[in-house]
Design a protein around this ligand. Structure first.
Ligand code: A2P
Length: 271
């Protein structure tokens, strides 16, 4: 296997059309399987909070891309991504080794359905995530527009182990300590972390917690109501399917960019 390409390789290699070559600024590893990185943002790169982009590396003389939700908000001068490390993953086996100063490729056009535009107006916004599915919500909870549109924002994050929740806790702390965001967010944002394979005060799959009603009791909110509640879901295919079924059972209908609805879904990408 080849090592990830360094900046100097790009001087000689031709960057394909429609692709940005950006510089890694910072890398933080959370567990054996999770890390985040920040990189420079091209001036011309515009996206809506919650969208994803194709991120890549030159591996040998070939670029390899995977879809990554942008974890930073639309106003941020830098770009942040939250990734798993797949030991034999075509991209992540290389991407997990990047360091500040390395070059990462990004295709120019972002896209995605986990955007505020795809939801009809409501009062309470649920963001249901498992694993790296928290990434698009890391963007949305740091975007003031989310709090202009909703009175209450509930971020649920379920992981197998406690250590995997750290990225979410760091985000909440960053918001609380942020000069402007802390004022805009106030007490509108609620974080509901749960764990499924270790002891923890909040335990269980989010689907089970919705079905039993424990989620709502713990949060002190009424059960799901299509008149005021909106949802966004990001996780594995199985998690999306099961959570979607529960929202539909509660009377919420799925929306899209061209047809806003009461909830939207997107697969948390791996590779
Ligand atoms: P569990 O430990 O019970 O499988 P994964 O890494 O497999 O995507 O799992 C991330 C988290 O999502 C785990 O806590 C896992 O719980 C949970 N999960 C997996 N499948 C589902 C599902 N169909 N519905 C809800 N949560 C799920």
């Amino acid at each position: 296997m080849n090592a990830p390409a360094k900046n100097e390789d790009f001087v000689a290699a031709k960057i394909p059309d429609g692709v940005y070559a950006e510089t890694v600024l910072d890398v933080e590893h959370y567990t054996e399987h999770l890390f985040r990185f920040r990189m420079t943002r091209p001036d011309a790169f515009r996206f809506r909070s919650g969208e994803f982009a194709m991120i890549g590396l030159m591996v040998g003389d070939k670029p390899i891309y995977r879809a990554y939700s942008v974890a930073s908000p639309a106003w941020d001068e830098e770009l942040e991504f939250f990734s798993i490390k797949v030991p034999d993953g075509p991209l992540t086996s290389h991407l997990q080794k990047i360091k500040a100063g390395d070059t990462v490729l990004m295709r120019k056009k972002p896209t995605g359905t986990l955007v505020l535009d795809a939801l009809t107006p409501g009062k309470r916004l649920y963001m249901f995530s498992t694993g790296t599915g928290i990434a698009p919500f890391a963007s949305l909870i740091r975007d003031p527009e989310t709090y202009e549109k909703f009175d209450e924002v509930i971020l649920t994050h379920t992981c197998r182990e406690v250590a995997e929740l750290k990225y979410g806790f760091d985000l909440i702390e960053e918001i609380r300590n942020h000069e402007f965001l802390s004022e805009i967010v106030g007490d509108k944002l609620k974080h509901y972390p749960t764990v499924t394979r270790e002891d923890y005060p909040f335990q269980g799959r989010i689907t089970d917690l919705i079905e039993s009603g424990k989620l709502f009791t713990d949060l002190g909110v009424p059960p799901l109501d299509p008149a005021i509640d909106r949802g966004m879901i990001c996780g594995s295919s199985a998690m999306l399917k099961d959570t979607k079924e529960l929202l539909e059972k509660a009377g919420l209908t799925e929306g899209a960019n061209n047809k806003p609805g009461e909830f939207v879904i997107e697969r948390a990408f791996v590779g």
